[in-house]
Design a protein around this ligand. Structure first.
Ligand SMILES: Nc1ncnc2c1ncn2[C@@H]1O[C@H](COP(=O)(O)OP(=O)(O)OP(=O)(O)O)[C@@H](O)[C@H]1O
Ligand SMILES: [Mg+2]
Length: 453
């Protein structure tokens, strides 16, 4: 049978059984056709109950293509379904590049290691899978790792580890709003929502207003969310605790309640304090998106901590940042939680000019026309502007090594840097635009639409 004929018969209205039958027949007619065999394998993967056949087909194709990673993944999947644990582990351990395995398969291997009694390997794999796809969080695995870390907590060395852990999280930033170029709207919002209440705490309290609370910063990468969170702490001379993606993943890999509570406790202890959750979406993926209810525990506890149900959050400022606000559970946005949601757009021309000036300030320079460079760097994020300066400096250094004479940075160098670097924000807007147009509940993303006009 001709390939085209198979493809044409392959219509969406066909039942899976009929499709399978057609593919089997086609394969019988041309048993060496790898393409058809692969079609059959992919089809079989989607229909439960054909494990033995699937295993046989994969093994046949693997004889021809022994290094095909996708086939190995398929084989791990089918072995796992049949409870052939050691077979899965053998494939995994013989992989040349285990890091290329897709996150779904890594979770399978984590389970196999768990059955094998190797909790450490299991934990590492589970963790790396979540790093790539938080939606793979799984109640059973989460539970196991939680118990494992409770067990570790009885270790006498743990007290020492916790002290250094606090030091790692906690800092007193020596920067403030002056170090942040542009972002005037964001600065004003933060001032109104967070700084003023804290500085006039008694006045606010006398009207029954809470001092503190949460804001959520969202926007394209590299536009200063993390940067301004840190500057906010510096601006009011507060402590800064940054909980990053890795800390959040640690929570997923067990012990979540205890860890989450400890971040909030530490912050309350160090008041006034800015408690910053970077990439907070990892914590608050929509509960409906969660594969199982494991995520619910973490989210619910996070919400309870935000609400300050069992403790006093006065003087505690909570900032969350995310690139993917649409993945956040709506419960995050209720009053008293992240009730102010602030869009952090790429800097406008004035903002870019300010950022460039700040970043070049401590470098040798000559009559730079910052406005001109700002004009030529539309859509560039703060991080992109850093890159432009890096490129300019590298060019000068290269030259200086050849000529032996260093020279200052000029407008031309920066313009050349701008030409060589592609702005990184457009991709984000492509996605964001869809959400803003089709999932703009309550005008949540009006700011994005306004920006795009
Ligand atoms: N307004 C700004 N003023 C000065 N520097 C800035 C500004 N915005 C961004 N930068 C520079 O760009 C770098 C990246 O910014 P930052 O890490 O805050 O971006 P982000 O919005 O948190 O990105 P992501 O979403 O990828 O986490 C900063 O370290 C800083 O050097
Ligand atoms: Mg960031």
């Amino acid at each position: 049978m001709k390939l085209r004929a198979i493809k044409n018969r392959y219509s969406p209205t066909m039942t899976p059984d009929k499709e399978l039958q057609d593919l089997r027949e086609a394969l019988k007619a041309s048993p060496d056709n790898a393409y058809i065999r692969r079609l059959l394998i992919n089809k079989l993967r989607g229909v439960p109950g054909h494990e033995t056949e699937l295993e046989r087909e994969i093994n046949l194709l693997m004889k021809r293509e022994p290094h095909d990673l996708d086939l190995k993944q398929a084989l791990i999947e089918v072995y796992h379904k049949q409870g052939k644990n050691s077979a899965c582990l053998i494939i995994y351990e013989e992989l040349g590049h285990p890091e290329l395995l897709n996150p779904e398969t890594r979770v399978i291997i984590a389970r196999c290691y768990l059955k094998d009694g190797d909790h450490q390997q299991a934990g590492l794999l589970y963790r790396s899978a979540l790093e790539d796809n938080i939606l793979l969080a799984d109640e059973e695995l989460d539970q196991v790792f939680r118990q494992a870390s409770i067990y570790e907590a009885e270790d006498p060395d743990q007290a020492f580890d916790e002290a250094t852990e606090d030091d790692r999280l906690l800092s007193k930033p020596n920067m403030n709003f002056d170090d942040v170029g542009g972002m005037e709207t964001v600065k004003r919002e933060i001032d109104l929502k967070i700084i003023q209440p804290l500085q006039h705490a008694d006045l606010y309290r006398s009207y029954g207003k809470k001092v503190g609370g949460g804001i959520l910063l969202y926007g394209p990468p590299g536009c200063g969310k993390t940067f301004i969170a840190r500057a906010t702490a510096g601006q009011i001379n507060a402590n800064f605790i940054s909980v990053g993606l890795n800390d959040i993943l640690d929570m997923w890999v067990g012990n979540s309640e205890k860890q989450l509570a400890s971040y909030f406790d530490l912050a309350r202890e160090k008041k006034p304090c800015v408690l910053f959750f970077d990439e907070v979406d990892a914590l608050g993926a929509k509960r409906s998106d969660m594969k199982q209810s494991a995520g619910r525990n973490v989210i619910n506890q996070f919400l309870a901590e935000l609400d300050g149900i069992s403790s006093n959050n006065d003087g505690l400022l909570i900032i969350g940042a995310t690139n993917v606000p649409w993945h956040l559970d709506t419960a995050f946005r209720r009053p008293g939680r992240f009730d102010r949601i602030i869009f952090v757009p790429p800097p406008d021309a004035a903002g870019r000019e300010a950022i460039l000036k700040l970043k070049v300030a401590d470098k040798p320079q000559e009559n730079i026309d910052f406005a001109k460079v700002a004009k030529r760097t539309k859509d560039f994020s703060g991080a992109d502007l850093n890159a432009v300066i890096d490129i300019a400096v590298e060019g000068i250094l290269e030259e200086a090594i050849k000529t032996g004479v260093p020279r200052p940075i000029t407008t031309k160098d920066l313009l050349r840097g701008a030409e060589k670097h592609r702005p990184s924000t457009s991709e984000w807007f492509t996605t964001a635009k869809n959400y803003a147009m089709f999932a703009n509940k309550g005008g949540l993303y009006d700011d994005i639409l306004k920006y795009l006009k």
